[in-house]
Write a protein that binds this ligand. Structure first.
Ligand SMILES: Cc1ncc(COP(=O)(O)O)c(C=O)c1O
Length: 382
């Protein structure tokens, strides 16, 4: 809920901007910390969801690790206080430069997606006289039932090592002297709301555990990735981490000495952020009313990219209800935040909140049309 006092403050601030309710973030982090401590799981926050330095600092203060997909993310995480010894590095296309820099920092683990990548890491580690810890990102062929662009663990995905390639990888590993295999890694997609999907992942992991054990390969970590979804229709509802942790507890068979790792992004940061915008113009279309706002797809690309739904609120009107298409100013028809949604009568100057925008919002902002990047405003400062 964005309260009236906050709305009054918004009136004085130039739009568009991202607003982060840090109380919401802290209460989410409290729950994740409690659940992870109770279960003995290790959390690596997925920095790609939101790499705002102040957000990273708050998250690192909870003692979590970080999941990064580029050297720049690793550097940002370290700067914000995450320990390199708790940073994992994922990505299907890691560059030599990024791998080299990550090796210098002795990060915890490279989540590897192909044999060729492992060979390159071995060569680069050898140059630095280091041993790189790796986990194999395995494609478990599980349909995540989410948008196809954020489905990452099915047969046609570019991500992960196919199970039919595992034998070859395992055979090759002993000759790679600067590599130490420590675990398995998975990430089957994002914004997953069907818990049965995670149950299927657990079953697949248990099968793979048997496969590795039968070859006397001892794995210390099982990393289930991220993907736990949020309720975009109810932005004031926190994700039910208790359910997620208890499902993992119940369905993954960890072996003695193994630790479960996870990489939540959206579920940690999604609900605490809103994109705040002003209405520029109201325009009649042939069969709709357009509310043209000063935020665009450059500030929040998710609706244009994934047809994503965000709840939109007019914070400054309580008039009669009308239907609007809420659109941005960018010269692309996909620069549309919502179609035919009900809002109280909306006028030029009204303040609009696009809710649940904390994850993959600011982090994906661009300067297309040479628009300014959206600044961030924090509840603690108002
Ligand atoms: C490897 C990996 N881990 C974790 C995440 C975080 O996912 P989410 O934000 O859905 O929790 C992603 C995001 O796509 C990812 O690619």
């Amino acid at each position: 809920m964005i309260n009236n006092k906050t709305i009054e403050k918004f009136r004085e601030i130039e739009t568009p901007f991202y607003y982060y309710d840090l109380d919401v973030l802290r209460s989410t982090l409290d729950v994740v910390k409690k659940e992870s401590e109770n279960s003995g799981y290790k959390v690596h926050y997925a920095v790609k969801a939101n790499s705002n330095p102040r957000i990273l600092k708050i998250i690192s203060s909870y003692g979590f690790g970080a999941d990064c997909v580029s050297w720049n993310e690793i550097a940002a995480a370290i700067k914000a206080g995450f320990s390199p010894s708790e940073i994992v590095f994922a990505g299907v296309g890691k560059t030599d430069k990024d791998i080299g820099a990550a090796l210098k920092e002795d990060i915890f683990c490279f989540n590897c997606e192909s044999l060729q990548e492992i060979e390159v890491i071995d060569q680069l580690a050898s140059k630095q006289k280091k041993t790189a810890r790796i986990a194999l990102r395995i494609n478990p062929y599980i349909e995540a039932h989410t948008h196809k662009y954020i489905t990452t663990g099915i047969e046609e995905s570019k991500f992960g090592i196919n199970t039919w390639e595992l034998e070859e990888v395992i055979k090759r590993l002993p000759s790679l002297k600067n590599i130490r295999l420590i675990g398995m890694h998975f990430h089957i997609g994002s914004q997953i709301t069907r818990m049965s999907v995670f149950k299927s992942l657990c079953a697949r992991i248990n099968e793979l555990q048997i496969w590795f054990s039968s070859r006397s390969i001892d794995l210390k970590i099982i990393n289930v990735g991220g993907g736990f979804g949020i309720d975009y229709e109810n932005p004031d509802k926190s994700p039910l981490f208790e359910d997620y942790f208890s499902l993992l507890n119940e369905f993954i068979d960890l072996l003695p000495g193994q630790t479960l790792h996870m990489e939540p992004g959206r579920s940690i940061i999604g609900q605490c952020g809103s994109l705040i915008s002003r209405v520029l113009f109201i325009k009649n279309g042939s069969n709709t009313l357009f509310a043209i706002i000063d935020a665009g797809m450059t500030d929040l690309i998710r609706p244009a990219l994934y047809q994503a739904h965000h709840k939109i609120e007019n914070l400054t009107s309580a008039g009669n209800i009308y239907r609007y298409d809420v659109v941005g100013p960018v010269c692309e028809s996909s620069d549309t935040f919502a179609k035919h949604i009900e809002l109280p009568e909306t006028r030029r100057g009204d303040i609009i909140a696009i809710r649940s925008a904390g994850a993959y919002g600011e982090a994906m902002a661009s300067r297309y049309n040479l628009r300014d990047l959206p600044p961030s405003v924090f509840s603690d400062d108002l």
